[in-house]
Design a protein around this ligand. Structure first.
Ligand SMILES: NC(=O)c1ccc[n+]([C@@H]2O[C@H](COP(=O)([O-])OP(=O)(O)OC[C@H]3O[C@@H](n4cnc5c(N)ncnc54)[C@H](O)[C@@H]3O)[C@@H](O)[C@H]2O)c1
Length: 373
């Protein structure tokens, strides 16, 4: 994710802290923070989810970006120190991680250091500075190859990659901290497939190198950033409606909403009432509950961008499972989370972003549509 002030985040954001119009510190991101005094203002930073945040309030939000390597324990302590005089940090949304499944097998120590050791660093600082609310970005990859589709949170956690294991380990660590420190409250959000972009077209995904995920790749092809020669569909003989793999895509705005709801829920004893002796940790799926196949996605992006994709069907890819669709019932019941954005709006918003920023954040936005090289 890119910082709101436009600064490059190549070296990683350690934290972003927002200031709303009223001057209170408020919000979020890689390892984000929220001012102790004024949690309602979070909506001003994430935008669009609070019924009472005016456009003026949203526009007047400013965001502090503090860059640092989260593998360095001193980074978190420095951030917590910095906000002591503003009432301290109320909560952390811990997003920062490395996330490429293939790469994680090649660089396991880097993944464990960045994803696991840094989470330990973060939690040590949180305990030290009495910041006891955490929303953690986990992943559906913790389920490995699940037996039940749609996947409930009760499915066994049995990740099949270093990346997935790093996420599962972090969930265990957080759970153990919640058990040992009974006033610590945490929610792990198991994202399915985040997709789309901010509806304004001003913020979107800007992968470095060839996009590893399907939708950003389709957008990059349509804008002329990548040739479509390499567009391959891995397998059309899966037991799905058209034979291609099915995944559960979720608009990034719905995903953001899930985080705001989780922060609210941390304060409600109800979500933890059945945790008993295990401490106040809950994991929730964030998904649509509706799967889309690879061919569905290609067709949806064709409609959004007008680009006529040519692709070849090749053999199955090792490690792919036919269907990874969330059962979002628990998040709906306990967090009030409902994904409202459909596939059409994900593709429309992604295309609005990509077509006005053909080279991502590296060049000024095009004003009249696509200007790919
Ligand atoms: N995008 C997905 O499909 C998906 C699915 C499930 C879970 N997740 C999880 O969501 C979170 C965000 O993913 P994303 O898609 O926005 O990825 P991203 O790569 O866009 O963002 C990750 C951020 O972490 C930062 N980071 C990495 N190493 C760092 C370090 N050592 N120090 C400081 N910052 C560092 C990066 O700079 C980047 O800003 C991750 O925890 C990921 O595991 C993502």
């Amino acid at each position: 994710m890119r910082a709101t002030n436009g600064t490059s985040t190549q070296n990683g954001e350690a934290a972003v802290n927002g200031h709303a119009a009223n001057g209170h510190s408020v919000a979020a991101p890689s390892a984000g923070v929220k001012g102790r005094q004024d949690k309602a203002d979070l909506s001003g930073v994430f935008g669009g989810f609070s019924a009472d945040a005016s456009q003026e309030e949203k526009d007047s939000c400013s965001v502090d970006l503090i860059q640092g390597d989260i593998a360095d324990p001193a980074v978190f302590n420095g951030i917590f120190e910095r906000y002591i005089t503003q009432g301290g940090i109320y909560a952390v949304i811990h997003v920062a991680a490395l996330k490429a499944v293939g790469e994680s097998g090649e660089l396991p120590l880097l993944y464990y250091q960045t994803n696991v050791s840094a989470t330990v660093n973060l939690m040590q600082s949180m305990l030290k500075y009495k910041c006891l609310n955490l929303v953690y970005s986990s992943s559906a990859t913790v389920y490995g190859t699940p037996e039940t589709i749609p996947i409930p949170e009760t499915s066994p956690v049995q990740p099949e990659s270093v990346y997935g294991r790093s996420k599962g380990m972090c969930e265990d660590i957080i759970k153990d901290v919640c058990h040992a420190e009974r006033s610590f409250n945490a929610v792990g959000l198991r994202y399915f497939n985040p997709a789309g972009a901010h509806p304004s077209g001003t913020m979107g995904e800007d992968p470095r190198g060839k996009p590893g995920n399907l939708l950003p790749l389709l957008a990059a092809i349509a804008v002329g950033r990548y040739s479509q020669d390499g567009l391959k569909v891995f397998g059309d003989d899966y037991p799905t409606h058209d034979g291609t793999c099915v995944r559960d895509y979720l608009h990034v705005m719905d995903l953001a909403k899930g985080h705001v709801l989780s922060l609210d829920a941390l304060e409600k004893a109800e979500i933890f009432q059945n945790c008993g002796k295990t401490g106040n940790y809950r994991a929730f799926n964030l998904g649509h509950g509706k799967g889309q196949s690879v061919l569905d996605m290609i067709e949806a992006m064709r409609k959004a961008s007008g680009y006529d994709y040519q692709y070849s069907i090749v053999g199955r890819r090792m490690g792919d499972v036919p269907d990874l669709t969330a059962d979002p019932t628990l998040a709906e019941r306990e967090l009030g989370f409902i994904a409202t954005e459909d596939l059409e709006s994900m593709c429309r918003d992604l295309w609005r972003w990509q077509s006005s920023h053909p080279n991502g954040y590296d060049e000024p936005a095009a004003t009249n549509g696509v200007s790919a090289q």
